[in-house]
Design a binder for this molecule. Structure first.
Ligand SMILES: Cc1cc2nc3c(=O)[nH]c(=O)nc-3n(C[C@H](O)[C@H](O)[C@H](O)COP(=O)(O)O)c2cc1C
Length: 437
């Protein structure tokens, strides 16, 4: 029998679908659309909703921002996920809210203080998706000429984590005493400076926020390269992954678990969630027709290629669509996503690769069918992979309410009927819910 597994939802603070038959208007900037999304996912007992982020308007495709802005492609416009996570937290009571913040963008002190504050505001349901940024355009918004090479980004990120851990721990758990007799709110002996002086960062501390319900936020990461995986295994409570097919999913999870054990962690404390973009309908045939409609959209090819260009910092406009890529491409950006996309050795043309890539970022496996058949497939996949769950997203590049409802009121009940996912939250904090099974 399949072990129970976890569910996350992957989205970002970009326009909802604005020009389709079930669109909501395309101006979700007051956050209400996304708060409603979080409430629906909480009804379906998701572990968390994760807000992706980037810190630039991309010009990766053809050297211009035209395609991104024209199609509002999930790259721009994109609003800050952190205040949105707070709003989502206020509109819900059990689901975890995870926001992406880049170690390139925030000084460690500000980030630690922000995480601590939001963890309080959400009563222990805040998560931080740790990214190091992957594009030169983002680096140029922070005074750098180019993105530092990956190894240096991860070396900096390790020290960054060291600093924020010290800051999170700069308030001992019993520092707040609130003793009326002695008129003492906090015991100063239990709030200590950290005096960090490292290769990349200097920070005195202590944090000026009270220790938060989770102590430190739940940590999410998506390492793809060996150093990225090692980082994820050392720090993350949940690792999100895109890779192709069950054999590769299983290998990825086993690698993360082995690395976690090598770092002295319990591998069960690291939940690996695999990205999928289910296409759901009343019958399998309708679902396949729907999938074909999405990939035959005249804008689909250009939009997806542009998105993949932005993620990988490679200009795919320069490659002919009906030819095989001339060589295995490499990037200082997201190599894992690039490899999942280019399927080097498969001899597929660029056009075939794009058609197979759902949602621009590649999903691990196609999941097309009725809620019942997709639930069965998810169960089989989990049996083969070994755990720990899925990170769901929509197959089209923008999201509408109907797509959410198909998942929350169709797919999840089918999974629940099979005993595969939770029917109630058993804990109050995100980390505890992730560790519940
Ligand atoms: C599901 C998923 C979500 C990601 N979300 C973001 C994000 O929001 N912002 C970002 O800059 N990078 C994001 N990334 C990229 C990762 O942080 C990482 O850079 C990438 O997986 C490549 O791994 P590497 O850094 O080890 O090469 C995401 C990757 C995946 C697979």
């Amino acid at each position: 029998m399949t072990q129970r597994f976890h569910l996350g939802w992957f989205t970002n603070f970009t326009p909802d679908e604005w020009n389709g038959p079930f669109s909501n208007g395309g101006t979700p900037w007051d956050g209400a659309f996304y708060v409603e999304m979080a409430q629906a996912l909480e009804r379906a007992k998701f572990d968390y909703i994760m807000l992706e982020d980037k810190l630039a308007v991309s010009e990766a495709f053809g050297g211009t921002s035209e395609v991104y802005l024209k199609h509002a492609l999930g790259m721009a416009p994109k609003h800050d996920p952190v205040p949105l996570a707070t709003l989502m937290g206020a509109g819900t009571s059990r689901i975890g809210v995870v926001a992406t913040m880049s170690t390139l963008g925030y000084p460690p002190f500000l980030l630690a203080r922000l995480c601590s504050t939001i963890d309080h505001l959400t009563r222990g349901r805040f998560g931080w998706n740790i990214v190091t940024s992957a594009e030169d355009a983002a680096a140029q918004n922070f005074g750098l000429e180019k993105l530092p090479p990956r190894e240096k980004r991860y070396a900096m990120a390790h020290e960054y984590m060291d600093v924020v851990y010290k800051l999170f721990d700069s308030w001992e758990p019993d520092a707040v005493v609130m003793n009326r007799q002695t008129a003492t709110y906090a015991d100063y002996r239990k709030v200590n400076a950290i005096h960090h002086e490292g290769e990349f960062f200097r920070c005195r501390g202590p944090l000026n926020t009270v220790r938060s319900p989770q102590g430190r936020p739940t940590l999410v990461q998506a390492g793809g390269s060996p150093s990225g995986r090692d980082f994820a295994a050392r720090h993350a409570d949940s690792v999100v992954c895109v890779t192709q097919g069950t054999a590769s999913m299983r290998a990825y999870r086993e690698d993360i678990r082995a690395r976690a054990a090598a770092h002295g962690r319990n591998p069960n404390d690291v939940k690996v969630l695999f990205l999928i973009a289910p296409v759901l309908a009343e019958t399998d045939a309708e679902a396949h027709a729907k999938h074909a409609r999405v990939s035959n959209d005249p804008n689909f090819l250009e939009q997806n290629l542009a998105l993949i260009s932005a993620i990988t910092d490679i200009d795919f406009k320069k490659y002919p669509l009906d030819a095989v890529l001339p060589e295995r491409l490499t990037t200082n950006g997201e190599q894992g996503s690039l490899d999942a996309f280019q399927k080097w050795g498969s001899n597929k043309t660029l056009r075939q690769l794009v058609v197979e890539a759902s949602g621009g970022i590649v999903s691990c496996l196609p999941m097309v069918g009725t809620p019942e058949s997709v639930a069965d497939r998810m169960s089989l996949v989990m049996d083969e992979v070994g755990g720990d769950g899925f990170l769901l997203t929509t197959p089209s590049l923008s999201v509408n309410r109907r797509q959410i409802i198909e998942v929350t009121d169709g797919l999840v009940p089918a999974l629940q009927r099979r005993g595969l996912v939770r029917t109630e939250y058993t804990h109050t904090t995100l980390r505890e819910n992730l560790r519940a099974f």
